[in-house]
Structure formats: structure tokens, C-alpha cells
Design a protein around this ligand. Sequence first.
Ligand code: SAM
Length: 270
Amino acid sequence: MSTIATMKQQARATWAAGDFDAVVPFIWEVGGVTAEAAACEPGDRVLDIAAGSGNAAIQAAMRGAAVTASDLTPELFEPGRRRAQDNGVELEWVEADAEELPFADASFDVALSTFGIMFAPRHSVAAAELARVVRPGGRIALASWRPAGFIAEMFRTIAGFMNPPPPPEGPPVRWGTEAGAHELLDEAFEIRCEERILMQRYPAGIDEMTDYFMPRFGPMVMARRALEPAGRWDEFVAAYRELTRRWNEGGEGESALPAAYLLVTGTRRG
Ligand SMILES: C[S@@+](CC[C@H](N)C(=O)[O-])C[C@H]1O[C@@H](n2cnc3c(N)ncnc32)[C@H](O)[C@@H]1O
């Protein structure tokens, strides 16, 4: 199997592990931000790329759009369907690699992605697919983690212990830089970039917040599977606790981790 195919197999196993939908509330706000930033409305055909359990997709559907949620990891669709039902909307769920979207050219008015498309290993291929499926004049709204921030540091800490193969076009947070966004998107889109901060709040102390994440967040679950047999899990947990304590802005009995992301909005050139 090629390195790229192995990376994708690993990505699917990672996001299927744990209980991703149980951590979605921590990023739910950003699905609403992207759906609003792209002005999703009735009559729009909207694609959410790397939708997971439908964060942005569901909130676009709540604004009246006809939405397709696509993701590499179909294990997330069942919780997504429940989440959609709880919010009173229905959408289409399609298993799809962001680098090879199974949709016709120019078939969407809007494409969204919240912390999703950034994880496809070949950024330029995913960007070309994004450009292909959005019609001329169509809109995009993408949220990607910034390279300097709590989340990026968390992923670097995990990678420091797990030593994954080097990503072929740089780290996912390239999508979270103005330079990266312009490199990837300028040819097909007129874009605007804006840094935003998402406060990830938990109604208890920071170590309890960590204890909540550890068995639920796929990358942590995979780290544990690899590091426990190697006798390095305690070392990892200590490094992660240090990181979260350092970033925590919460007061007594509550946690607040500031997570910086880049919001990119744009219009497909004609
Ligand atoms: C951090 S989750 C975000 C999910 C969702 N957008 C949200 O906001 O809750 C990253 C998602 O990217 C998906 N993903 C990773 N690589 C992908 C690829 N090559 N194509 C499509 N989806 C991919 C994963 O399956 C996972 O659902």
C-alpha cells in the first residue's frame, strides 16, 4: 500500500476511535460560524468536506440549505444522523476522501469545512477538488487550526511521541496560515482570512477536562494504544497535563482553553 493510502487508513482508524461526537460540543460553535460566514440559506446546495458527525453540515441545514455531509470515516455518520435528528434536520451522508470527491464539477453553491479538509495529506489535491466541485460564484468557509495555539501544540505533542511519517505537503496547520491559504486557494478563489479564537470550556478543573478527553478523542485513544505497551503512556499524560495547565485560562472549578483558528471565506472565480 502507498504511504498516502496508509496515512488515510490510519486517519480513518484514528477518527473512528473513541467517541468523536462526544467532543464535538467543544467545536460546535465553529460549525455555526462557517455556515453563517458562507451565508448558507434555503436553495443552496452545500457540501461539508470532512464533516465528521456533521458539525458545519447540520448547522447549514438548520439555516435551510440542502446539505451533503462527506467524510473519510463513515463510522461518524450514525452519531451524525442522531445529532441531525436532534436538531430537526435531515442531510445526505456520503463516504468521501477530500482528495477524490465523488461529486460532479460545479455541483455545489457552497463548500464548508471545520477542522476537516486540513487533515487530507495532499493539500494541493484537496484544494483542487474543493475548487472543482464549487460552481463559479459559489462560496467557501473553512476553519483550520493556527500553527501557534493550544490545539497545534497538542497535535505536535502527540506527533512527538508517535513519530508519524512526515506529511507530504507539510503539516495540516498550513491551512491555518494566511500564506498557506493563499497558496492553496488563490488560483480558484478570491479569499479573505481572519484569525478567531474558540474558547473550549469545561465546567471543572483542567485535569478533569483532560480526563474527559483521553478516552473519547481519537488521537488520544490511538496514542494510548501505541504508548501503553511501550511503557510511555504516563510520560505522554504528564506532557499533556503540563500543556493544558499552561494554556488554561479558566478560574476556580472551570477550564478554558483558547484555541486559535483561521477562518477563510471566499468566492469561486468565474
Ligand atoms: C477534527 S475532525 C473534524 C470533523 C468535523 N468537521 C467537525 O467539525 O466536527 C477531522 C475529520 O477529518 C476527516 N478526514 C481526515 N482525513 C480526511 C480525508 N482525506 N478526506 C475526508 N475526510 C478526512 C476525519 O475522518 C474527521 O472526521
